[in-house]
Design a protein around this ligand. Structure first.
Ligand SMILES: NC(=O)c1ccc[n+]([C@@H]2O[C@H](COP(=O)([O-])OP(=O)(O)OC[C@H]3O[C@@H](n4cnc5c(N)ncnc54)[C@H](OP(=O)(O)O)[C@@H]3O)[C@@H](O)[C@H]2O)c1
Length: 343
């Protein structure tokens, strides 16, 4: 084995509010030699995702909390560089859940081979990965959009939101997106093909703005943000509308309880369905997801943006950037060389 050391990011403090870089530490560990049935993977890309903020809190949830002094984990794509595990060969690209470190030894559990011919490997952390599946399953299974419906999407230029917008367009819906910069708004209209989009940071009244762009009301609201966006959606939902509760990022760093929307009673008056979901429940449909996405990507119907931050030491900064809108599309950290880099 040629590689004996690996750098990793550990949680140093449980953050209060927006995480600071001092809440993390970079450490170096010795790698164990691989044994029978094991593989050594060199990570090339790792994902930073909003849900990781919840894992930094010591509480019971659908996924275990990160432990102080321990490396973080999360989605990653890398290359097998040594193998004593039959199905995995040196040079195979794999995705797994041991990000935030440069190398890892695995017995193969949780490792999935990824096909670089279908799409660039880092897209298995975004459009072809967990965020893409979240968009596909959340919109189609919970939002159940019908042709002609108006679909409103918050954080519309993000990893999940941008895919939701484009799938909704493919289903014949009128799509309205909200995003935090003029550049994101322009991309949504000119590249993603939404019918209307606005920069929520520049408008005085989000509720009025949503009404302006959704003159026939909203049939499906895909919730990524919470706060005033949810209040605006409730205000303009049509009778029997569906609210897909995917995420509420505006609350993730709150240090005090956040007040709920003042107009929740619309759920009764408008006979709305508001349903939360976690993507983990939808991995049994991943082949259908791949098949839909591969077709749409080949037809040029799904486009995406990525913000790639270089270097494992910059992963905490990339992570906190999610809460400041510093990512355009999927936020990814490049932590190892890809084949092309070595030429
Ligand atoms: N339920 C599930 O299984 C599941 C799975 C994946 C993701 N999610 C959720 O889906 C949402 C989107 O995740 P993602 O991975 O696609 O992230 P993302 O949208 O790529 O990145 C986060 C974006 O949220 C926006 N944002 C941050 N703070 C905000 C605030 N205070 N108010 C309004 N917007 C804010 C920023 O965009 P702007 O520039 O537009 O402000 C930022 O770029 C998150 O809430 C996440 O927790 C849920």
């Amino acid at each position: 084995m040629t590689h004996t050391k690996s750098r990793e990011i550990r949680l140093k403090n449980r953050p209060a509010g927006l995480p600071r870089e001092t809440d993390f530490e970079l450490a170096e560990v010795e790698l164990a030699a691989i044994g029978a049935g094991e593989v050594l993977v060199q990570n090339i890309y790792m994902s930073v995702d909003p849900y990781m903020r919840g894992r930094m809190i010591d509480r019971k949830s659908y996924v275990p909390s990160f432990q102080l002094g321990e490396p973080l984990d999360g989605g990653c794509v890398g290359r097998v560089i040594a193998s004593k595990n039959g199905p995995f060969h040196v040079g195979d690209y794999v995705s797994g859940m041991l990000g935030w470190r440069e190398y890892f030894v695995s017995d193969g559990q949780g490792l999935v081979k990824v096909d670089p011919a279908r799409a660039p490997i880092q897209s298995y952390l975004g459009t072809l990965g967990m965020p893409g599946l979240t968009a596909w399953a959340g919109l189609l299974e919970i939002g159940r959009p019908k042709e002609g419906d108006t679909v409103f999407v918050s954080a519309a230029a993000g990893a999940v939101g941008s895919v939701v917008c484009q799938i909704a367009k493919l289903k014949g819906c009128r799509v309205v997106g909200s995003a935090g910069s003029d550049e994101k708004v322009a991309w949504l209209i000119n590249e993603a093909g939404v019918d209307a989009a606005f920069n929520y940071k520049k408008v005085e009244d989000v509720i009025a703005e949503v009404g302006k762009y959704c003159p026939k009301g909203i049939d499906v609201y895909f919730e990524n943000v919470g706060g005033v966006h949810l209040e605006a959606a409730l205000e303009h939902m049509n009778t029997h509308g569906r609210i897909v509760m995917c995420g509420m990022i505006s609350m993730y760093n709150a240090t005090q309880p956040v007040p709920g929307p003042t107009n929740l009673a619309y759920i009764i008056m408008k006979q709305l369905t508001m349903q939360g979901f976690i993507v983990i429940d939808h991995y049994d449909k991943i082949q259908q997801f791949y098949s839909d996405m591969a077709k749409w990507i080949a037809e040029g119907q799904i486009k995406w943006k990525e913000t790639v931050v270089d270097g494992i030491e910059n992963a905490p900064k990339a992570f906190t950037g999610l809460f400041k809108g510093e990512n355009f599309g999927k936020m990814i950290v490049k932590i190892g060389p890809d084949a092309g880099d070595q030429e």
